[in-house]
Structures are given as C-alpha cells and as structure tokens.
Design a protein around this ligand. Structure first.
Ligand SMILES: Cc1cc2nc3c(=O)[nH]c(=O)nc-3n(C[C@H](O)[C@H](O)[C@H](O)COP(=O)(O)OP(=O)(O)OC[C@H]3O[C@@H](n4cnc5c(N)ncnc54)[C@H](O)[C@@H]3O)c2cc1C
Ligand code: FES
Length: 283
C-alpha cells in the first residue's frame, strides 16, 4: 500500500507573517522550530488552526517558497479553512503535517525545454520549481534560463498572484488573462499554441501544469495530441493527506505503470502524476 513519505511529521509552528497577495490571496509564512531540509517543489503540507475556527480536517497547500528556515505558502481564500488560516495572527501557532507528496520530477537540463503552465493559484508549486531547475537540485544538470518558460494564466490580472516575483527569477514569464487585462487574451493552452505558431517556443518541450481541472484536462489533451512528456500537479479534495481516508482518488491509465489498480491516491502517490500514469479525460 502506498504510504506517506518517511520525512512527514506532525508539528506546530508559529506564523511569522501574513501578507495580502492579489485580489483574494495571502502569503502565509511559518517558522518551524526545527528547520526543514530543502524540499522538492510541489510537495505539500496540511495546515489548520487548532482553536476551533478551522474545520476539523486540515487543508492541503503546496510549498511556495523556502528561505532561511521559513516555509511560505500562497493561499487563495476560498472557504472556511483558508479564511481561518489567512486570519491567523503572527506569533500564533498552526498545526502542520508534512512534508507530504512526491513533488515534480527531476527538472534536469539534459532534455527538451521545460514549459510550466500555471492557472491562478496553481502557480504556487512553480516558484520553487524554477529556482530548483536553475540551480540543478538533486545532482541534475542545471537548466539554462532560456530553457524554462512559465505561462501564467488567470481570469483577470488581479488573480496573477505575485507575478513580479516570478518575473524576477530571470526566466521567460508570459501572462495570459481571460479578460485581456494583462498579457495574452486567452488561456494558457491558447498562449502555448500562439507561442508555437510564432516560433517563440520549440515544438518539443516538457510540460508541467497546475491549475483548475478544466485547464489540466486541456493540457493533458494537448500533451497526448502532440506526444509530449507532461506532469500534472492535482489539487484534489483531501481529507487526511496521508493515505487513510480514500478521499482523493485519481483515475489511473490501464496501460500505464499504475494501471493494475483503477485509482491512485493523490495524497500519497501524487499530487504530481505523469500523463503516462493517470488520465483526467476518462468519462
Ligand atoms: C496538493 C494540493 C496543493 C494545494 N496547494 C494550494 C496552494 O498552494 N494554495 C491554495 O490556495 N490552494 C491550494 N490547494 C487547494 C486548497 O487545499 C483548497 O483551496 C482549500 O482546501 C480550500 O479550503 P477551504 O476550507 O477554504 O474551502 P472550502 O471550499 O470551504 O473547503 C475545501 C473543500 O473541502 C470540502 N469540505 C468542506 N467542508 C467539508 C465537510 N464538512 N466534509 C467534507 N468535505 C468538506 C469542500 O467540498 C471543499 O472543496 C491545494 C490542494 C492540494 C490537494
Ligand atoms: S486524502 Fe485521505 S487518502 Fe488521500
């Protein structure tokens, strides 16, 4: 049975800062008493308040940044759990379970360029990913800055969270908005097609994507049509985050490496899956 990662722990950590970000987001920083080693991008933590204001079950959040002993999360405030977390005062504690999940594959500089597709708050697992790709983390050859491109889409400019910080990383960052308020008018898949048509991106690329389900389905479809390597970081509903509740099934591909079982558990086998392993296109 897939199990939670061996480095996962349950601990409390004080909030060191909560800063507004975009129209409905916050940057929430925690300072664990025992600093964590550098973590792979797209791993996640379950976070909750223990004072009765949070729902009983924690909520999962990707690690956004990790600096000087701090863990930073980029939260979109959507419901009771995120509202409670965003209102936690600096100095007060949160219950933290993690690090959980697998994270992106090795972002090596040995193959096709990496194109990262982010939809709204789906940008959260990409900041560390870009930093780690450029640094060559895990013994891999660093990726040249010109071989990393972030296509960052949202319904409107105010939901392009922390865009300037992404732009400061020194890779190509292209924005797309449904309402045309910033960058390309359209979604990230249309932007990718547009870049291909313009010859600004090679046809052979490796795709990483995180965002709302319809976007991920479009990315999967595009990857299959063009026979591109592609990994999706899924934001499934999660109850426990550690493989116990069966609340996070993801359909596997019968012909893929996980196909001996019809579902994978997003929390312990993901949240990152290659499109060889799973499909979001099944009826
Ligand atoms: C791996 C992963 C990484 C993520 N990373 C991020 C990130 O970096 N930033 C970010 O903003 N978001 C991220 N998300 C999404 C985030 O977890 C959700 O937005 C968050 O859980 C919303 O919580 P809420 O309580 O505010 O919203 P709500 O909508 O109130 O609740 C969250 C979900 O729990 C369900 N729920 C609520 N109450 C109950 C109940 N009583 N019983 C059963 N189910 C219930 C709801 O159906 C809802 O879908 C991530 C999700 C995953 C899986
Ligand atoms: S969230 Fe409980 S098994 Fe995945």
């Amino acid at each position: 049975m897939p199990a939670p990662p061996t480095d996962a722990r349950s601990f409390t950590a004080p909030v060191s800062a909560v800063e507004p970000c975009g129209a409905d987001g916050v940057l929430l920083s925690l300072r664990p008493r025992a600093p964590l080693p550098p973590l792979r991008a797209a791993r996640f933590f379950m976070l909750r308040r223990e004072d009765g204001l949070s729902p009983a079950i924690g909520r999962p959040f990707s690690l956004y940044r990790q600096t000087g002993g701090e863990l930073q999360f980029l939260l979109k405030v959507t419901g009771r759990g995120t509202r409670a977390l965003a209102a936690r005062e600096p100095g007060r504690e949160l219950r933290v379970i993690g690090p959980l999940g697998n994270g992106w594959p090795d972002l090596d500089g040995d193959g096709a360029p990496w194109v990262m597709l982010a939809g709204g708050i789906g940008s959260a697992p990409f900041f560390l990913a870009i930093e780690q790709a450029l640094a060559g983390v895990g013994g891999t050859r660093p990726v040249a800055a010109e071989d990393v491109c972030l296509l960052y889409g949202a319904s409107s400019e105010v939901f392009l969270y922390d865009l300037e910080r992404f732009e400061s990383l020194g890779v190509r960052v292209l924005a797309a908005t449904d309402d045309g308020s910033r960058g390309f008018p359209g979604n990230v898949c249309e932007l990718l097609e547009h870049e291909w048509e313009a010859g600004s991106l090679p046809r052979e690329v490796r795709l990483l994507a995180c965002g709302p389900d319809p976007m991920l389905r479009s990315v999967e479809r595009l990857a299959r049509e063009r026979d591109l390597a592609c990994w999706l970081s899924l934001e499934e509903l999660m109850g426990c985050g550690v493989g116990i509740c069966n609340g996070c099934p993801v359909p596997t591909r019968l012909e893929g490496p996980l196909g001996s079982w019809p579902n994978a558990k997003c929390c312990v086998e993901g949240p990152v899956f290659s499109t060889e392993e799973i499909t979001l296109l099944a009826e």
